[in-house]
Design a protein around this ligand. Structure first.
Ligand SMILES: NC(=O)c1ccc[n+]([C@@H]2O[C@H](COP(=O)([O-])OP(=O)(O)OC[C@H]3O[C@@H](n4cnc5c(N)ncnc54)[C@H](O)[C@@H]3O)[C@@H](O)[C@H]2O)c1
Ligand SMILES: O=C(O)[C@H](O)COP(=O)(O)O
Length: 634
């Protein structure tokens, strides 16, 4: 008899605007739900929140729907009003803040969570603490490595990066461990852009060097003659949020601004009078180069000996992005040779850099200790932005900044919520129909819908089917963050087919069919003519129903548990099986009979509230007309 593993971890459901893509400037929305855990009971949940694109009541109902689908007993923990009562075992989520965060953000966090601020932790100290926390909030100084996720032992649900760059978080490890990563991508944009401009102007006029000289008692007017900005060409490398704000300001200073960004829309550049150019063109024509791209494998050391060699002699470099985008040794060489006249750097490959760093000590280099985001305004803004994102993820709200979860638009999520339960239950049922020794390798999901195949976002449904299939047969906890990864890791290939059918286009999905091929079934009748285990379900009146098993049509709501029984179609069968269940105090909730033709083979699908004991099941099996049966937990 198959049984389902307890679902004891958060389920993250995420969403974003339909136009969202991996482009960093796209607006995206995360919808997540912290499901009760066996060890960490239901959290007190509050549904007032700030920037959700869904109206409050609509959001609540979506969340409630998804809650119901995941665990009907949980639906009562949410109401449309502010603070919702905890379950009797309820406790607040625990949040570790490992770097200085603005007070306003801490206040927001403390309203709903237990917050511990522990700064300057060594990697070992972080690892030893992390297993007690549901969420971790960091800035750029904390390395959230694979070891941290391992040490968290499944407890850590969200990492919040209070800022933009997530290069200090091991995203792959986070995804593998089903941990959501959110960032605060907008609140420090202006601060970073202003710092870039401050460095540009300070460098051009030798402000830092002149200041140090005067403080050393000197008066060196001749030594610190600068260069003018007006009319000079500035190449903005990375035309995202910060880059475009720098460009806008540089235009105001009378500079000729060009930009290189393979992903930036030309109309945005045109709108502020910036010409988008190739990398080579930017390198060869700029008097000033300002870096504003993320640190990725592609941008790592993107400025190196080769690229410096292509620059105009006497070029000036500004970096408020990430130290790693410059080969720092190559920069020292370029400064020494005069290719680069000056550099102004806020960020370094290693932070803090060593005190004898040739780069930091270079007389033509102006440095600041990663201060780009460090204005009072930006820090308060970032703190609030990340506090909201983390709490949103923990308490089941739409959140704007998921970094490692697939995005599904909120309106799509709202539509799909009832199908989420159906998808998971079909996965859960299908896997229980596979006989013990069979390894599942290939699953096909067929969505029947009146809509055009391009008009149906199935990622959420696929994740839930994966969850339903994998969780009962492994100790993996599946959520939207890690579903595809774990499926791949387990060698499970999930393919999808969308069939346009003549039904209501109002409904996103008419029915979902799950087929598992190349396996044996413990219930032979679940095998279709094509030789695969096949079950199909649909949502009726908001409730998931099983409508087909193999080639037998049935109609039973997917609630409680299910007995599938194939028998010779003859009178009295419902009564006999019903009596056995009744004698063993098992309540029948639904019953449906599907048959091939009169008095031939039939399938009884019986919904039961309780799990029948072994004796009851043996008695059902010994009813002479019963040819096979299976008990399935939903
Ligand atoms: N110094 C600081 O304190 C500070 C503050 C904020 C942001 N930052 C850093 O600034 C950078 C930009 O931040 P943002 O908020 O503008 O991010 P963003 O995501 O809005 O913009 C980054 C842009 O870089 C582009 N890009 C990606 N790869 C590129 C490549 N190979 N060549 C050219 N462009 C490329 C992207 O298309 C995007 O438009 C990030 O590295 C961030 O970490 C630093
Ligand atoms: O990526 C960022 O947001 C900036 O580099 C800011 O980093 P910080 O939070 O460590 O100041």
């Amino acid at each position: 008899m198959a049984s389902s593993a307890p679902c004891n971890n958060p389920i993250f459901l995420s969403s974003s605007s339909p136009s969202s893509s991996s482009h960093p400037t796209s607006k995206s929305f995360l919808f997540s739900f912290l499901k009760n855990t066996t060890s960490t009971p239901t959290t007190s949940l509050k549904l007032t929140h700030h920037h959700s694109p869904l109206g409050h009541s609509k959001r609540s109902s979506v969340i409630t729907n998804v809650l119901k689908t995941l665990d009907p007993s949980q639906s009562s923990v949410l109401s449309s009003n502010d603070e919702v009562e905890s379950s009797p075992l309820g406790e607040k989520p625990t949040i570790l803040v490992s770097e200085k965060l603005g007070d306003a953000g801490l206040q927001v966090l403390r309203e709903l969570g237990h917050v511990e601020c522990a700064y300057n932790l060594s990697p070992e100290e972080l690892c030893s603490k992390i297993a007690s926390f549901d969420a971790l909030i960091v800035r750029s100084g904390t390395k959230v490595t694979r070891e941290v996720f391992e040490a968290a032992k499944g407890k850590l649900k969200v990492v919040g990066r209070a800022g933009v760059g997530i290069d200090n978080v091991d995203l792959q490890a986070a995804t593998e461990f089903g941990c959501l990563v959110v960032n605060a991508p907008t609140a420090n944009t202006i601060a970073a852009a202003e710092h870039g401009i401050a460095l540009l102007a300070a460098m051009a006029r030798n402000v830092a060097q002149a200041d140090a000289s005067m403080k050393a008692g000197k008066w060196q007017r001749g030594k610190y003659v600068g260069v003018s900005l007006v009319g000079k060409t500035l190449a903005v490398m990375g035309f995202g949020k910060v880059g475009s704000e720098v460009a806008r300001r540089a235009k105001g200073l009378g500079m000729n601004v060009i930009a290189h960004d393979p992903y930036a829309p030309a109309d945005r550049a045109r709108a502020i009078g910036v010409e988008l150019v190739s990398f080579e063109q930017a390198m060869s024509s700029a008097d000033f180069i300002s870096l504003h791209m993320p640190l990725t494998p592609t941008t790592n050391k993107i400025l190196n000996d080769d690229t410096f060699a292509k620059m105009k002699k006497g070029v000036r470099i500004i970096n408020v992005a990430r130290g790693g985008v410059i080969d720092e040794d190559a920069l020292v060489r370029a400064l020494d040779s005069g290719i680069v006249a000056q550099a102004a750097l806020d960020v370094f490959t290693e932070e803090p850099p060593s005190s004898d760093s040739k780069l930091v000590q270079h007389e033509n280099v102006t440095v600041t200790p990663h201060l780009g985001a460090s204005t009072k305004e930006a820090q308060e803004g970032v703190a609030i932005e990340i506090a909201e994102a983390v709490l949103g993820a923990l308490k089941g709200e739409l959140s704007a900044t998921a970094v490692n979860a697939p995005m599904v638009a909120p309106e799509v999520l709202s539509e799909l919520a009832p199908y989420v339960e159906l998808a998971e239950k079909l996965g859960r049922l299908a896997v229980q129909l596979v006989s013990g020794g069979s390894g599942i390798k290939s699953v096909k999901v067929v969505y029947r819908s009146a809509r055009d195949p391009d008009d149906l976002d199935t990622r959420l449904l696929r994740a839930m089917i994966t969850k339903g299939i994998i969780e009962p047969i492994s100790d993996s906890i599946i959520n939207l963050v890690n579903a595809d990864f774990i499926a791949k890791q387990k060698g499970l290939r999930i393919s999808e087919e969308r069939i346009v059918v003549d039904s209501s286009p109002e409904l996103p999905v008419d029915s979902i069919q799950v087929q598992i091929s190349n396996v044996e079934s413990k219930f032979a009748s679940a095998v279709s003519e094509n030789g695969e285990i096949s079950i199909e379900g649909k949502v009726k009146y908001g409730i998931p129903h099983l409508i087909r098993v193999g080639s037998f049509g049935v109609d039973v709501s997917l609630e409680g548990n299910l007995i599938l029984c194939r028998q010779l179609d003859q009178p009295g069968m419902i009564g006999r099986v019903g009596n056995i269940l009744g004698d063993h105090n098992v309540n029948v909730s639904f019953m449906s009979v599907g048959r091939t033709s009169r008095r031939r083979k039939a399938i009884m699908a019986i919904g039961v509230d309780e799990e029948p004991n072994k004796e009851a099941l043996t008695k059902i099996g010994s009813v002479p007309a019963v040819e096979e049966f299976v008990f399935l937990k939903l």
